[in-house]
Design a protein around this ligand. Sequence first.
Ligand SMILES: NC(=O)CC[C@H](N)C(=O)O
Length: 304
Amino acid sequence: MNFQPLLDEIDEEIRPLLGQGGTVASYIPALARVPAQQFGIALRTCQGGEASAGDAATPFSIQSISKLFTLTLAMRHLGDMLWERIGREPSGNPFNSLVQLESEHGKPRNPFINAGAIAVADRLLSDGDAKAELLALMASLCGEPIGFDAEVAASEAATGYRNYALANFMKSFGKLDNAVEAVLDLYFHQCALRMSCVQLARAAGFLCRDGRHPRGGEADITTERHTRRINALMLTCGTYDAAGDVAFSIGLPCKSGVGGGIVAVVPDQLTLCVWSPALDATGNSLLGRKALELFVAKTGLSVF
Ligand SMILES: NC(=O)CC[C@H](N)C(=O)O
């Protein structure tokens, strides 16, 4: 199927809504200065067909979408042992919340909230040069080099008080093996990966191919079993305390980031990435969600 006319149509419907709501993340200058009036959408089928519209080639800070890729690596390294340190339940709380950690003895609810991703980063660090491994994975998935935005990484470190609090709290429960500074250095860098919608739709391609490499011919990224589990976690936890509403209104596994990107998966069919920097109160892209709702309404594609 040729999705290009559909993506053009969605772009035309979304563009008049730009600037009409939401706020760009402002906790660091590099994100605060991103112009809100941008929208991109890109799609890749599991056979490799691609379509894109709007600002789909503009690189942005992928932020929490990176949690998808570090989780994939950690599941590869640790298998089911990973779940000794990290839960699989939606948190129902904001992504950077501290409240559940105390009563739950430093075990984060899931790998997609900040605490969970910090715990994943700790596990990866114990297994070698995690930054290099992450960059190699992203380059392989995209077929071109992907880099960290040094300014974003430095600002995340300079202002990441809550993330330091989360990491120190987990360390106090004996739930991080590595030094807090080293764990957060990896976490801040993964958040600072810069990619476009086109690159993210490609990179997530293994999630609609039962874990096989998006471009085929190369080693599998992960197993079919892990892929099913990653997609399940995206559906239940990938958009934080909006996950229930996203499942209700979109019905696809999604992973968002405060840079305004959302990756979505239609298992066995395609992966999508939408981007628009203005966020709703839950830290998810307002028009990104709207665009995914339009996509599902127009195609009838959903896991339900
Ligand atoms: N939801 C997000 O994208 C959060 C990422 C952000 N860098 C943070 O750690 O708070």
